[in-house]
Design a protein around this ligand. Structure first.
Ligand code: 5GP
Ligand code: MG
Length: 180
């Protein structure tokens, strides 16, 4: 396994918390007339963010589902192809749905995921991502809610991994160059 060191902390725990609160405020405002909302958390990266976000939602009836979208494996570059797995039947017909994602990079994952979920005929389908790397985009995908713009760096922490490590960091960091 490659040995990596934290090079720089990009965002502190306090900054992250403020961003999540702002996102929740925006979603709550847009959903103020909704009785129900179905949140789809994209595992594994969005698990930490989704658990913080859902506890700040004021919609009376929030349902939470988990799906897995794999596009990276253990590499740091997107393969461009996305495999989507669901742990339970996704019954979202007629529902207001919010996809919660960790980061939008090329946009392949979310453009493929939203296209597939639209076929299940939700009433509405929006995407909330904690982090966004707009300069890396090679699709036309635009998230409805984006917490923080990230420069063209590979980040870890707050749910995001490198080779399944660093998800537990409460802050967001950039890793130093790889050493074997
Ligand atoms: P996309 O399909 O938009 O290129 O990539 C989306 C997925 O790639 C994210 O859900 C995330 O799993 C992974 N990814 C993209 N950029 C980063 C990054 O900087 N750090 C980590 N850990 N994962 C990333
Ligand atoms: Mg992800």
């Amino acid at each position: 396994m490659k040995n990596m060191k934290i090079k720089e902390i990009l965002m502190t725990e306090e900054e992250i918390s403020g961003i999540v609160s702002c996102l929740a405020d925006r979603i709550n405002n847009d959903c103020k007339n909704c009785d129900k909302l179905t949140v789809i958390c994209v595992l594994k990266g969005a698990a930490v963010f989704a658990s913080d976000l859902i506890r700040k939602l004021s919609v009376p009836d929030v349902k939470v589902c988990f799906i897995k979208a794999e596009s990276y494996g253990s590499a740091v570059e997107s393969s461009g192809s996305v495999k989507i797995n669901s742990y339970e039947p996704l019954e979202i017909q007629g529902e207001d749905v919010l996809i919660v994602e960790d980061i939008v990079d090329t946009g392949h994952t979310l453009s493929q995921l939203t296209a597939q979920l639209k076929k299940l005929r939700p009433r509405s389908l929006k995407v909330c991502t904690m982090f966004d790397k707009p300069t890396r985009r090679c699709t036309e995908f635009v998230p409805d809610y984006a917490g923080a713009e990230i420069p063209n760096e590979f980040i870890v922490g707050y749910g995001l991994d490198f080779d399944e490590r660093y998800r537990n960091l409460p802050y967001v960091a950039v890793l130093d160059d790889c050493t074997e």
